[in-house]
Design a protein. Structure first.
Length: 440
C-alpha cells in the first residue's frame, strides 16, 4: 500500500465501532444460519485479508491492538486472562511497534508475586524485533529469514506492515503452517497433472488391441510414465518410460516425455516411421534433460496394416513376448539393444542403422498374430522387496507374466496389485512400479 493510502488504525477501528452501532440487517433471517459474531479486530483482519493471496504474508497476519511500552503489567496479564486465543501482544513506543510480549513470558511473571510487585511496567519483558515484514511480500521468500531469527534470538512473533502502517503480527508457526498448506495443495495439483498424462480411456479404446496399465508411485510423484501415440487407425506407439531419480524432479521429466508426443499430435508431423520418431525423441531429450539424468524406455511399434510389430528397448527392463499353443507356452525375452534416452546415443545408432542396408537394426521385429501378449514393466517391479529385504527379481517376474497370460482382461489390474501388495507386505515400496499388459 502506498504512503498516501496508509490507514490510521485507531480511526479505522473507531469507524468499525460506529458502524456496528448502526442498524444492520441480520442475514440469518434469510439463510437460516446463525449469524457469526465478529469483534472489531476479527472484522478488520478479515476485510484486509481479502486483498492478499494465500501466498502473501498479509493473508496470515492477525491484527491485535498494540499496547504502549509504559502499559501496566497487571493490565497485560488481565488481557491474556480474558482471551485464551491471544498468544502475543504487539508493543509500541513513540507510535511505532518495537516488539511483543507473549503469553509464555506473562505466565512466568504471573506466578511470581515479587516480579509483579517490583515491575509495574512491561518494558523489561518485551522481546524486541528489529526485522519488519511487509504484507505484500511472499511467505516462502521470507521463511528462511524468519527461521534463522527464531533459532538465533528465540523470537517467535514478527510485526507486519502494509506501507508504513502496522498491519498485524505473524509467528514462525504461522509461516510453517501456511507453507505446508501451500505445498500440500501444489503437490495435490501436481499429482493430478501427472496422472492426466497417462493414457485416457478413450485413447485406450481407440487402438485395435487390448491394453491394460497398473501404476503405483513410491512417493506422491514419480518417474514412471506410459504413453500411447496413435500414428493412424492401424499404427501406434506404446511406451513404458522410467526416469532416473524420484519424486518431483523425476515427475517433471515424465511430463517432458509426454508433452513430446502431445506436441507431435498437435503439429503437422505425419511420420509413421518409428525409427525417425524415437530418434527425434532422443534428440529432443538430449537438449532438455539435465546432465546426469537419463530415461529408459521400452517402446512397441504396432502396424496392423502390415501385420507386424517391433520393440525398441532403450536400456529398459526385459520385455516379454508370451504366446500359448495348446499346453505349450512360448516366452521370448527382449533385452536392451539401445542405451537409455536423453544422451543422444539412441538417435545416432538409429540413424546409422537406416543409412546402411547391411547394418544390424537395434530393435527386434516380429510378425503380428492373434494370441501374442506383450509385457512391459519398470524396474520397480523387480526391485520391490519383501519384509525380509528379498527382491522380487527377474525370474519371479517372468513366471508372473507367464501366469498372467491366462488371467482375464478385466482381472489384470487386480492381479498385478495383489502380487505387489502380497510381496511387499508391510515393507516400503522403494521405487515406482508400472506394469503394462498388451494383448493382440
Amino acid at each position: 500500500m502506498d504512503e498516501e493510502e496508509s490507514i490510521d488504525l485507531s480511526e479505522f477501528s473507531q469507524d468499525l465501532a460506529d458502524a456496528q452501532a448502526s442498524e444492520d440487517v441480520d442475514e440469518s433471517l434469510f439463510t437460516g444460519k446463525e449469524k457469526k459474531v465478529q469483534n472489531k479486530e476479527e472484522e478488520f483482519s478479515s476485510m484486509l485479508h481479502e486483498n492478499f493471496s494465500p501466498k502473501q504474508i498479509g493473508s496470515i497476519a492477525r491484527y491485535t491492538e498494540p499496547v504502549s511500552v509504559s502499559f501496566a503489567l497487571d493490565a497485560v496479564i488481565q488481557l491474556f486472562k480474558e482471551d485464551d486465543s491471544l498468544q502475543a501482544i504487539p508493543v509500541e513506543e513513540y507510535d511505532h511497534v518495537v516488539g511483543f510480549i507473549d503469553r509464555k513470558t506473562v505466565d512466568s511473571v504471573s506466578g511470581s508475586m515479587w516480579k509483579r510487585i517490583t515491575s509495574s511496567g512491561i518494558e523489561e519483558f518485551i522481546k524486541k524485533v528489529d526485522v519488519i515484514l511487509y504484507a505484500r511480500e511472499y511467505i516462502e521468500n521470507n521463511l528462511k529469514k524468519v527461521s534463522d531469527i527464531n533459532r538465533k534470538y528465540e523470537i517467535n512473533y514478527f510485526p507486519v506492515f502494509n506501507g508504513k502502517s502496522f498491519f498485524g503480527m505473524v509467528s514462525l508457526d504461522d509461516f510453517l503452517d501456511r507453507t505446508a498448506e501451500i505445498r500440500e495443495q501444489d503437490l495435490a495439483k501436481a499429482i493430478v497433472i501427472q496422472k492426466s498424462f497417462f493414457p485416457h480411456d478413450d485413447v485406450i479404446a481407440s487402438v485395435p488391441y487390448r491394453f491394460c496399465c497398473w501404476n503405483q508411485m513410491a512417493n506422491e510423484l514419480g518417474g514412471d510414465m506410459v504413453s500411447i501415440y496413435r500414428l493412424s487407425d492401424s499404427c501406434s506407439l506404446v511406451g513404458c518410460f522410467d526416469v532416473s531419480g524420484k519424486n518431483v524432479a523425476a515427475s517433471l521429466l515424465t511430463v517432458t516425455v509426454s508433452t513430446f508426443f502431445h506436441a507431435l499430435l498437435a503439429t503437422s508431423n505425419k511420420s509413421r516411421n518409428p525409427v525417425h520418431i524415437i530418434a527425434m525423441l532422443d534428440k529432443y531429450l538430449a537438449r532438455v534433460v539435465p546432465p546426469g539424468n537419463f530415461i529408459t524406455a521400452a517402446i512397441c511399434y504396432v502396424d496392423y496394416e502390415k501385420k507386424n510389430f517391433c520393440i525398441f528397448n532403450c536400456g529398459h527392463t526385459t520385455t516379454y513376448l508370451i504366446r500359448k499353443q495348446g499346453d505349450k507356452v512360448y516366452n521370448v525375452s527382449i533385452d536392451p539393444k539401445l542405451p537409455p534416452l536423453s544422451m543422444g546415443e539412441v538417435h545416432d545408432q538409429l540413424m546409422a542403422s537406416m543409412e546402411s542396408k547391411d547394418a544390424t537394426h537395434p530393435f527386434t521385429a516380429y510378425k503380428l498374430s492373434p494370441g501374442i501378449h506383450l509385457s512391459m514393466y519398470s524396474d520397480g517391479f523387480t526391485d520391490m522387496k519383501d519384509e525380509n529385504g528379498e527382491r522380487y527379481e527377474d525370474a519371479r517376474a517372468k513366471d508372473f507374466f507367464t501366469r498372467l497370460y491366462d488371467v482375464a482382461d478385466s482381472d489384470v489390474r487386480g492381479e498385478v496389485e495383489k502380487t505387489v501388495k502380497e510381496w511387499i507386505g508391510t515393507a516400503i515400496l522403494p521405487d515406482d512400479v508400472t506394469v503394462l499388459d498388451i494383448r493382440f
